[in-house]
Write a new protein. Structure first.
Length: 444
């Protein structure tokens, strides 16, 4: 169902008119309020008046993540945290590479974000009166509070479970009979595994839809989550720099994620040439915010790779749809000159019944060359690494032929040979939030 039918199904010519009006406002606002933007515009030889059509946005400079870091903490803020009564909240990204990225919200920004998430929950099938179990982390991460406010705005009863403590999460979902589950897809797998291992019947839960995102996931994971939790698993995308979760959301037709284009204007560019790419081609996703007060973002390069389509969806929504994220540019592994995304490895591993859907890709550099090892996990216990007697010969044989088979499939699928190690059950760390798929142990 729609949360805001008028906007979500707005004819595209009207939507474009609204976007142009808001884009002009945003450019003028950013230029007058933020020295960073003024400087960027001057360097690119443009002013807000250089924009007459939506396509003119092409003339404007991009913003990159390193620029956000260089301007840490408040350099890109149009409203400063000490401006009285203006900034009502700060969030920050995890910042695995140095300083975190800090984002701020005015009351109006929180309102726009809550509306975005309310639309997203409704898009997944959520209704007023539903019980919505939010197992994204609450805190500086935007996942928990973003969906929390969205759920309340929709009229749902929100359970702020936050991450961790799986047995308690299951108990709460059983006792409160939540219809909606919000968490990362890797945590959803974790919940599914727990149910199976503890013989907890799916009927004791009332789950109908999952709002899963914050990390890339494949169709193969979707199937496992849907079977394991008895719900429809739908993809939600977002990033703190633009707002948080709810920038886009998949509907039950599963034909891409609807971008709330009245708030977030998308582009796809070739990350090497920075030129726009035609509809349908995979490239780097770029966003310009159209309603943000605290931090207006102009042509922010997300680093995420996907494609866009502007065709109306069967659900009736007219806003652009993005394909599932293929990966991040900086997650791409270059193995002997060949580009490999963790999601491609995932797709191959999940074809194997003998493997659990948990894996890690470990990068090492024992000498000069990088070695990539895919650590996967067997669903059945084995002992061969400990014993070398005849009784275990057969087990040894089975494992080594499984390993060969996985290596062959990876080579066929990716065009490059990777090392594979099969680990016993429950040895790959389970995720409570964003899964760590790539572990880089190379010397810095
Ligand atoms: O992950 C916001 C979020 C929370 C989205 C809950 C969805 C659900 P950040 O921590 O700033 O924000 O990380 C943003 O996560 O640039 C993508 O690389 C990745 N990401 C987010 N959603 C998806 C998704 C939140 N559905 C970064 N598929 C983004 C793939 C995703 N990657």
């Amino acid at each position: 169902m729609y949360f805001n039918a008028e906007i979500e199904t707005m004819p595209r010519d009207e939507l474009r008119k609204l976007q142009l009006e808001r884009l002009k406002q945003t450019l003028g606002y950013a230029y007058t309020k933020v020295a960073f933007h003024q400087h960027q515009f001057q360097q690119a030889n443009v002013t807000p008046d250089s924009l007459h059509t939506l396509e003119d946005l092409n003339k404007f400079p991009f913003i990159t993540k390193p620029q956000l870091r260089e301007n840490y903490p408040f350099g890109l803020f149009a409203v400063k945290p000490n401006d009285k009564d203006k900034i009502v909240r700060l969030h920050a990204s995890s910042g695995t590479k140095g300083k975190p990225t800090v984002v701020g919200y005015t009351a109006h920004d929180i309102e726009v974000w809550a509306e975005s998430c309310a639309r997203a929950i409704a898009c997944a099938g959520g209704k007023p009166g539903d019980v919505l179990h939010v197992a994204y982390g609450y805190g500086l991460f935007t996942g928990g509070l973003g969906l929390h406010y969205g759920g309340e705005k929709l009229g749902a009863c929100v359970i702020p479970a936050s991450g961790g403590n799986t047995p308690r999460q299951i108990l709460l979902m059983q006792d409160f009979q939540a219809q909606g589950l919000c968490c990362t897809p890797s945590y959803a797998l974790n919940l599914a595994e727990y149910l199976k291992e503890h013989n907890i019947p799916l009927e004791s839960l009332n789950l109908k839809y999952g709002i899963l995102g914050a990390e890339p996931w494949t169709e193969e994971i979707r199937v496992k989550v849907e079977e394991g939790l008895g719900l429809i698993a739908l993809d939600i995308y977002g990033l703190s720099e633009i707002t948080g979760p709810g920038v886009s959301m998949e509907c039950p037709y599963k034909q891409g994620l609807h971008i709330w284009e009245d708030y977030y204007l998308p582009e796809i560019i070739n990350p090497a040439t920075l030129e726009p790419l035609p509809d349908g081609e995979i490239g780097e996703l770029v966003f310009t915010t159209l309603a943000k007060e605290a931090i207006p973002m102009i042509r922010y390069r997300t680093g995420d790779l996907c494609n866009l389509t502007y065709e109306k969806c069967d659900c009736g929504r007219t806003h652009a749809r993005m394909g599932k994220i293929k990966g991040r540019i900086d997650d791409m592994l270059i193995v002997r000159g060949i580009n490999v995304f963790p999601s491609e490895i995932e797709r191959v591993l999940l074809e194997f019944e003998e493997l659990a859907p948990h894996y890690q890709i470990v990068l090492e550099r024992p000498e000069v060359l990088d070695v990539v090892t895919v650590h996967c996990e067997s669903t059945t216990a084995f002992t061969v690494s400990v014993f070398g007697d005849a009784e275990h010969d057969e087990e040894h044989h089975l494992l080594s032929s499984l390993r060969q088979h996985i290596m062959l499939k990876l080579r066929e699928g990716l065009g490059v040979s990777l090392q594979v190690k099969i680990n016993p059950p429950h040895t790959i760390p389970r995720s409570e939030g964003k899964a760590v798929r790539v572990v880089d142990n190379r010397p810095k």
